[in-house]
Design a protein around this ligand. Structure first.
Ligand code: NAD
Length: 352
């Protein structure tokens, strides 16, 4: 066995009620002037954080939106400067965490994350921002939060329609690393446990949103899946999701949820051992079919037509996705990708 592994500078505080640790953790790091970040929908969470940290909070920016537009970054930075903030605390999903990361990247503003979805962005060094409709991404350890607080109680009000796809988005980060061409054993171990935790909890999360044990398992799975993405690889699956999101404006988590079973089926012959490990972690006989069945339990959107794709879009999507080389266990050709997309468009049961 030969491998290399470099962990990111993660500092994680996990558990029901962990949010209460925020004031002392800020003090420990001399982060005294905090700008709280949220989406407009989660303003109540931002208000609760501001109240909890008292005078350390110098303001709230509640305009975080999907894909981190540069105009939003500029507005948040201007507010941070005028308030002399020395740190941001993002409370929310990947969109809010993403804003804190870009502020850290561009302006060296320390960032803290309190995730409330299963996106897992707080565990990665990946940043992304959008200018004039074009998304740029990169990796930089500077964007890894100073610390992250995972409090499953904050996820109890995450609607089922967001929870299910968001959980499958996390699972995708783990699955692509277990089924990589040359899986890294440490990342694969993290990822397998992520799959186990998510597969064992997501159905309960959507039927019993206030089940704290299921929410805890799902959030733990998301944390591990983010760790796998942060230190591991992406493959054709992520290329396809970014193609559909970037060029056809499809919703991030739903796109992952719809495509994952087909991405696994596509690679299964090339990486049989990794595919078997995914099935084992899920407790099913066949990985692609297990994911297909789970998605139908936890999400209403199960084919590409449900997120606005038309049959005419599929040729263009296949062309864009294969325009540049993509690292993936199975060979990537325009014809085979077009076929994958056709299956996802029809929502047919995948065959490994
Ligand atoms: P999101 O952050 O846009 O959140 C979706 C919606 O859910 C928002 O309206 C939000 O306010 C609401 N919400 C979040 N938590 C809630 C809660 N507990 N209760 C009620 N409502 C809640 O979506 P997301 O799926 O979390 O993140 C997607 C974004 O994250 C994408 O832009 C994606 O590119 C990015 N992402 C980045 C990475 C990375 O490593 N950089 C990883 C994963 C995702």
């Amino acid at each position: 066995m030969k491998f290399e592994f470099a962990a990111l500078p993660w500092q994680i505080i996990f558990g029901a009620g962990a949010l209460q640790r925020l004031p002392e953790e800020l003090d420990r790091r001399n982060l005294g002037r905090v700008l709280v970040l949220s989406t407009p929908e989660q303003r109540h969470h931002a208000d609760a954080v501001a109240t909890l940290i008292g005078p350390r909070s110098v303001g709230i920016f509640d305009q975080a939106v999907m894909h981190v537009p540069t105009t939003t970054v500029a507005a948040a930075h201007e507010l941070a400067q005028s308030l002399e903030a020395d740190c941001t605390v993002s409370i929310g999903g990947g969109s809010t965490t993403g804003l804190g990361k870009v502020l850290a990247l561009k302006y060296d503003l320390a960032n803290v994350a309190i995730p409330t979805t299963y996106a897992g962005s707080e565990m990665t060094n990946i940043w992304g921002m959008t200018e004039d409709g074009k998304k740029t991404t990169g990796r930089d350890n500077k964007v890894v939060p100073r610390f992250s607080i995972y409090d499953p109680e904050l996820t109890l009000d995450l609607p089922a329609a967001i929870s299910g796809p968001s959980g499958i988005n996390a699972m995708a980060q783990a699955v692509v690393n277990v089924t990589a061409s040359e899986p890294n054993p440490i990342i694969s171990a993290l990822a397998s446990d992520a799959i186990r935790a998510l597969a064992g909890s997501l159905a309960t999360v959507v039927t019993e949103p206030h089940n704290l044990e299921a929410r805890t398992q799902a959030l733990y799975g998301a944390c591990l899946a983010g760790a796998a993405l942060g230190t591991g690889v992406t493959s054709l699956h992520h290329r396809l999701c970014h193609t559909l999101g970037g060029s056809f404006n499809t919703p991030h988590a739903d796109t992952h949820a719809i495509l994952l079973a087909y991405s696994v089926a596509y690679n299964s012959a090339a990486v049989p051992e990794g595919t078997r490990r995914v099935a084992e972690a899920m407790g099913v006989a066949d990985a692609a079919q297990g994911i297909y069945d789970l998605v139908r339990q936890v999400s209403q959107k199960t084919n590409l037509q449900h997120i606005g794709l038309t049959a005419a879009d599929l040729d263009e999507a296949a062309a864009i996705a294969t325009a540049t080389p993509c690292s993936n266990p199975a060979e990537v050709t325009r014809t085979s990708v077009r076929e994958l997309l056709e299956h996802a468009y029809q929502g047919v049961r995948p065959h490994s």
